[in-house]
Design a protein around this ligand. Structure first.
Ligand SMILES: [Zn+2]
Length: 473
């Protein structure tokens, strides 16, 4: 293999120190001075001095080293492991003979005395269309590895591993090279692993456009990235699988590859225009997991717009999905897909389904209620009891705007039962709905109006209830 330019140990040490802003510590422990007086024994990592200080000052009041004056973080001696956290990768960028770039990866470790120790563990080579990596084996010899690395491209998803730390990128070095337009300085703000990014970039230099269009969030789509950004694209139109410049503002608003797919289908397959309204509509279809092909009809879009008070099609996506499901469930012949009052029609069908179901399950609900009688409990200003009938379950779901009505089956047939939490002063009014494992005594779900989370008082009540059950069941 060709070799990168040599670099002297001291030159590299200087570079690392200049590039990386390391935190300095003042470690302290109680000791005795020469007059046998109790004092602080201190060690500063900035100047590597060990010295004594009077105990008249508390440790936390030190913010500068008394010897060298550097800003330090005061720590107890037994916290010297703090310094071990300063374990990172330093990337040294070196220019090759022409447009090529070498990157040497050093593992850098800091000792408690503040000095740095480093060893080169990998070497990379980039040129137009070329990305290579070598590792060092235990004897210190280089061997080439197939994949550069794509494991930790994204920030914040995994624990930081060694390679995710990075020094500064020497912009001077990459000027005029194959990486000049890589937007690497922007990439390291968002992405964990600059090398993995460069690997992607070298394979598709059009990735530069993601930074120019201000679309860094696409990288966070993880596996969805390759479904949103076409890595084989040869021009900008292919970069988003056929969507163009006019779609960029909408793509910026899209949160995941599922939304992207729906937006793309609306635009390209069904010829919807590239505007914010269509984008919001696509996001709604994705959020409510609407599978019906009806949503892709222009007629549906216009209909939902008309049905909305705000004249926004996305307003009624969820309700229309429910309406379509109800038509399906009731197996209505020649269904009216576009009723003049969507909300009213949905309510009507919903009631019909409720009535149908109620007849089916109420006996089992009564049996279950008797079985669960011993779980009833009162405390403070609240009480809890099992749901009494399927009608109540359905009503609870309707009033609370959540989906508890779907739990009929598991309530009757499994240990996962539905309970209702009520305020004593309003015993008939839904307050919180609870799914509870009656065998393991584990709270599975607890939701109030529109899926709101439990308040502290509710959490407290549930803890008392669980303690009561542990003793009595
Ligand atoms: Zn010092």
């Amino acid at each position: 293999m060709l070799c990168p330019p040599e670099i002297h140990y001291l030159e590299l040490l200087q570079k690392i120190k200049a590039d990386i802003n390391l935190e300095e510590f003042l470690f302290a422990r109680t000791s005795c001075d020469e007059f046998n007086e109790e004092c602080w024994e201190m060690h500063c990592t900035a100047c590597d001095n060990t010295f004594f200080e009077s105990k008249s000052k508390r440790l936390k009041d030190f913010y500068k080293c008394p010897v060298c004056g550097c800003e330090i973080i005061p720590k107890r001696w037994n916290e010297t492991k703090q310094i071990k956290k300063q374990h990172f990768t330093y990337y040294l960028f070196q220019r090759g003979n022409s447009s090529d770039i070498w990157i040497r990866a050093y593992e850098v470790i800091r000792s408690i005395y503040g000095d740095l120790d480093f060893r080169e563990y990998a070497r990379y080579y980039f040129d137009y269309g070329i990305a290579k990596r070598w590792n060092f084996d235990f004897k210190g010899d280089l061997y080439q590895v197939k994949a550069i690395k794509t494991k930790y491209l994204y920030k914040g998803f995994y624990n930081m591993s060694l390679e995710n730390y990075i020094g500064s990128i020497d912009i001077e070095t990459i000027k005029g090279s194959c990486l000049e337009y890589s937007q690497l300085n922007k990439a390291i703000q968002v992405l964990n692993d600059p090398i993995a990014y460069l690997d992607l970039y070298i394979k598709n230099p059009l990735l530069e456009m993601l930074w120019k269009f201000n679309l860094p969030h696409l990288f966070l789509f993880k596996i969805g990235f390759s479904k949103t950004v076409n890595m084989k694209a040869k021009n900008i139109k292919d970069l988003f699988f056929g969507l163009g410049i006019q779609d960029v503002d909408n793509i910026r608003d899209i949160n995941n590859s599922a939304e992207f797919k729906i937006y793309k289908n609306l635009r390209l397959k069904y010829n919807f225009p590239a505007n914010d309204e269509v984008c919001q509509y696509a996001k709604s279809i994705s959020r409510y997991d609407c599978k019906s092909i009806m949503f892709y009809r222009e007629k549906t879009f216009k209909y939902l717009k008309k049905q909305s008070k705000n004249n926004q099609a996305y307003d009624n996506v969820a309700i229309y999905r429910d309406y379509l499901n109800e038509l399906n469930e009731l197996q209505i012949e020649n269904p009216d897909y576009y009723p003049s009052d969507l909300f009213e029609s949905h309510q009507r069908l919903s009631l019909r389904i409720t009535a149908m179901k109620t007849a089916k399950y109420n006996t089992q609900f009564r049996i279950k209620r008797k079985l669960l009688k011993k779980y009833c409990f009162k405390y403070n200003k609240m009480f809890i009891r099992p749901i009494s009938s399927e009608t109540e379950l359905i009503k609870e779901g309707e009033q609370q705007h959540h989906c508890v009505a779907r739990y009929s089956d598991s309530h009757i047939k499994s240990d996962k039962a539905i309970f209702v939490l009520r305020n004593k002063i309003e015993p008939l009014k839904p307050f919180y709905t609870i799914e509870f494992d009656t065998k393991k005594l584990v709270l599975l779900q607890c939701y109030g109006f529109r899926n709101c989370s439990p308040t502290n008082a509710v959490k407290d009540f549930i803890n008392h209830w669980k303690n009561y059950l542990k003793e009595c069941i």
